[in-house]
Design a protein around this ligand. Structure first.
Ligand code: C5P
Length: 402
């Protein structure tokens, strides 16, 4: 049975073209068994008529803050108390800015200010408006206060541009709302994730690196956040947008990543080492650009320190999950790594294949731990990340309940 059965969802609709999708969202929330009351801002009524939402929700739509009849029937405080969850979809940049500051000049923002229940936003706006530092700053601040952010998704926009800013699809919002109402698998846990490649300087303009894109680690960070965890993401140089809710620590070299991760590890419950840390780094990096005078040149390399093994051997170590990228005998090498590095869990993938692994959108994993194993078959890194976070939380909880 859906967790939505009997739940009171207050759906706030603000003024963006994605408001038309909220009609379908209303229908899906009602079909899943919840009672929906829609509150629209004045701007939202320019896109969709209140009557549409009234017909779909089966409840009157609330519009005005200072409507004496409305206040007698179900005023802003009563609406805030009626709800089990407040969902704002679409949430415009303007509404997010208002929410951040606490402006309550119309019904919906007044309800949010009076709310004691979870508030979840599905932002929708032009991609440049979303990536504007003002909006990013507002999103980070709202998320820091515990307000949920769903998306936005990437793709074509009504204005003709392409990028991040589309409202998530109604079915995805519906699923995410169910998760917010349910107990989350990593609620109360802190998770440290290292992601991406490292860069080992040869001189001021050249470095050694590898093909890691950071996608697996960034998807894991988002999945851990969605599972209720507080996430710190230590990232090598990548061209990805981090989840707004993550505490991001940017590093470049393996040595910087070592200092950041080892310094933070004991303050976290779980450490997931997805980073493709360079195994060797130049012994010295030249202070000035090396000139191409010689026909050949030697660069002497030294082993970098193993971050994962160091964390796994700390006296008060977090639950430690390592990754292994192998071209052959994936399971046996991974098992050896689990044992030798004293890990709690290892996630191994086969690299050098046409599908999956480095710099790819998809992955398949073999996951092993002391007393168990599971194969996660080829899927998008987003899906694999959700499955791996569920496995980690089950095993972490099992270990800590004994
Ligand atoms: O030993 P190997 O490099 O194959 O192990 C891969 C795992 O070890 C990954 O989880 C990677 O993040 C981690 N690692 C590390 N520090 C290194 C090298 C690898 O944490 N210097």
């Amino acid at each position: 049975m859906s967790i939505l059965v009997g739940k009171h969802i207050l759906l706030g609709v603000t003024g963006g073209i994605a408001a038309y999708k909220s009609c379908e969202l209303t229908r899906q929330l009602v079909l899943a068994g919840s009672s929906v009351r829609v509150v629209m801002t004045r701007a939202a009524t320019s896109f969709v008529a209140p009557l549409s939402f009234q017909a779909l929700s089966g409840n009157p739509v609330s519009l005005e803050l200072l409507d004496s009849e409305e206040e007698l029937a179900m005023g802003h405080i009563q609406l805030a108390r009626w709800a089990d969850l407040i969902l704002i979809a679409p949430a415009t940049a303007d509404f997010m800015a208002k929410l951040r500051v606490g402006i309550a000049d119309e019904l919906l923002s007044a309800i949010c200010l009076a709310a004691l229940v979870p508030i979840v936003l599905a932002p929708a706006m032009n991609q440049a408006m979303w990536s504007n530092p003002a909006t990013q700053d507002n999103a980070a601040c709202l998320s820091g206060r515990g307000i949920g952010l769903l998306g936005p998704a990437e793709g074509g926009q009504a204005c003709g541009e392409t990028g991040l800013g589309r409202m998530m699809e109604p079915a995805d919002i519906c699923r995410a709302v169910q998760k917010y109402l349910g107990k989350k698998s990593l609620s109360g846990c802190s998770v440290l994730i290292s992601a991406g490649p490292t860069r080992e300087a040869i001189d001021p303009v050249r470095y050694l690196t590898n093909r890691s894109s950071g996608k697996m680690g960034y998807h894991l960070a988002q999945a851990a956040i969605d599972a209720g965890a507080k996430v710190t993401l230590v990232s090598g140089p990548v061209s990805l947008l981090p989840p707004v809710e993550a505490n991001l620590v940017r590093v470049e070299s393996a040595a910087e990543m070592f200092d950041a991760v080892v310094g933070l590890a004991t303050h976290h419950d779980i450490y997931i080492g997805t980073a493709a840390v360079a195994d060797y780094a130049p012994i010295v990096a030249a202070n000035e650009k090396i000139k191409k005078n010689a026909e050949s040149m030697d660069i002497r390399l030294t082993r970098t320190r193993d971050i994962l093994a160091t964390v796994a051997n700390l006296p008060s170590k977090p639950y430690t999950v390592g990754f292994a990228a192998e071209t052959d005998q994936v399971e046996s090498y991974a098992l050896a790594k689990l044992k030798n590095k004293r890990l709690d869990m290892i996630a191994a993938n086969r690299v050098g294949q046409p599908q999956g692994g480095f710099d790819s959108e998809e992955n398949a994993l073999w996951v092993g731990w002391n007393g168990g194993e599971k194969k996660l078959t080829m899927a998008s890194k987003h899906v694999i990340a959700i499955q791996l976070i569920e496995l980690i939380s089950e095993n972490y909880r099992a270990k800590h309940s004994t």
